[in-house]
Design a protein around this ligand. Structure first.
Ligand SMILES: Nc1ncnc2c1ncn2[C@@H]1O[C@H](COP(=O)(O)OP(=O)(O)OP(=O)(O)O)[C@@H](O)[C@H]1O
Ligand SMILES: [Mg+2]
Length: 359
């Protein structure tokens, strides 16, 4: 898929924006604070209706404006457009001029893989950040995953309420726990599927970005490791039974798929402990590119690739390897403060204080 045009007004530092984009690499360059991240934030916002930077939509509205408007035209076998109007207290979303009444109808239309500077901490950050990456990726290719995950989260909340309750209801706790294990099996199976797929790809991708002799492995630490559903449910219930006393004392659910995590090993060593900053960045890129390939093969189309400020920590050789890698991607948005010599061969846009100038 490919974004052909963005029209926006009153969003971040853009009073008005109207810009066409091309196939292949689109390089956005400009000084610190000029508005490069704001552009990629706008694109990513339109994919799921939530900003990767802001806690509330209100932050996106220009300081001087009451509301913001963004329209993205994109080709996905046919021409489409998504329009979002943000008011202080809510938003309206339209696809091809038809209103999408629920936010959950938005994901899956325009699909991107996003890399931001914060991702350099992906492996050092708390497990919830890594789970989120896996959950967002699976949700974009499997609607049922989102359903099971929401179901699980709702049940988990109910279970914790029961654990906190003054009138403890043993029977109700058992019913909720049994229902949770059903969703957990689905979520576990899909997470395992994704991580196996990543492992098939990630070393090959990493070697294209760095040295040939490197080996990468993602180790999944699941709540329960069991491929057969009945056995899984049996083992999960056994575990919940074992942790029941602790759960009651803590008034919350100690274990479950909401606590799962992955380890990322570069040459058998955990990257967050032993990797350099540049290696953390490249391993994260290799992980995101693996997800890109998996999503692509699942949906039968190229997602949009967004790389915000990735070049700054890479030396010239690694920058060139990365740019070479991008040659096979249908459409990339890459931001940088200085235009790398190699990027000059592609579509370039200079950003100056909230205006975009095609170069
Ligand atoms: N709601 C808003 N209204 C107006 N301006 C805003 C709003 N939110 C952020 N800005 C401005 O946008 C600018 C930051 O833009 P952005 O983060 O896109 O910069 P950048 O080009 O990515 O910079 P860097 O190279 O440092 O990453 C800041 O000057 C900030 O004041
Ligand atoms: Mg930025």
């Amino acid at each position: 898929m490919r974004i052909t045009k963005i029209e926006a007004s009153g969003i971040r530092n853009y009073r008005s924006l109207n810009i066409s984009f091309n196939k292949g690499i689109n390089a956005l360059y400009g000084r610190n604070g000029s508005g490069k991240t704001n552009i990629v934030e706008i694109i990513d916002y339109v994919t799921i209706g939530k900003s990767f930077k802001a806690d509330s939509d209100e932050e996106l509205i220009n300081f001087e404006e009451e509301f913001a408007k963004v329209k993205i035209e994109y080709d996905r076998k046919q021409k489409n457009e998504i329009k979002i109007i943000l008011y202080g207290e809510g938003k309206k979303i339209f696809k091809n001029d038809v209103e999408l009444k629920k936010l959950s109808l938005l994901p899956g239309n325009l699909i991107d893989i996003l890399f931001t500077p914060q991702d350099v901490f992906l492996f050092k950050d708390s497990p919830s950040i890594r789970r989120r990456l896996i959950d967002v990726t699976l949700s974009s290719i499997d609607k049922q995953y989102l359903v099971e995950l929401s179901n699980y989260k709702r049940l988990l909340k109910d279970r914790n309420t029961v654990l906190k309750g003054e009138l403890f209801d043993e029977k109700y706790l058992q019913i909720i726990t049994e229902q949770m294990t059903e969703s957990e099996f689905y979520i576990y199976s899909k997470r395992k599927w994704l991580i196996d797929k990543i492992n098939n790809l990630i070393t090959g991708i990493y070697r294209r970005l760095d040295e040939e002799n490197n080996e990468l492995f993602i180790k999944y630490n699941p709540f329960i490791q069991e491929e057969n559903k009945e056995k899984y449910v049996f083992e999960a219930l056994k575990k919940y039974n074992e942790t029941k006393e602790t759960d009651l004392k803590r008034k919350s659910t100690t274990d479950g798929i909401h606590r799962e995590d992955i380890e990322t090993l570069l040459n058998e060593r955990e990257i967050s402990l032993f990797g350099s900053q540049g290696q953390n960045r490249m391993v994260c890129l290799a992980l995101k590119f693996s997800l890109y390939e998996i999503v692509k093969s699942e949906i039968g189309e190229d997602p949009i690739l967004i790389l915000d400020d990735v070049l700054s920590e890479l030396d010239v050789i690694h920058q060139e390897k990365l740019i070479k890698y991008l040659e096979n991607v249908e459409q990339t948005f890459i931001t940088c403060t200085e235009l790398n010599e190699k990027l000059k061969n592609y579509s370039t846009y200079e950003i100056v204080d909230g205006t975009v100038i095609r170069r």
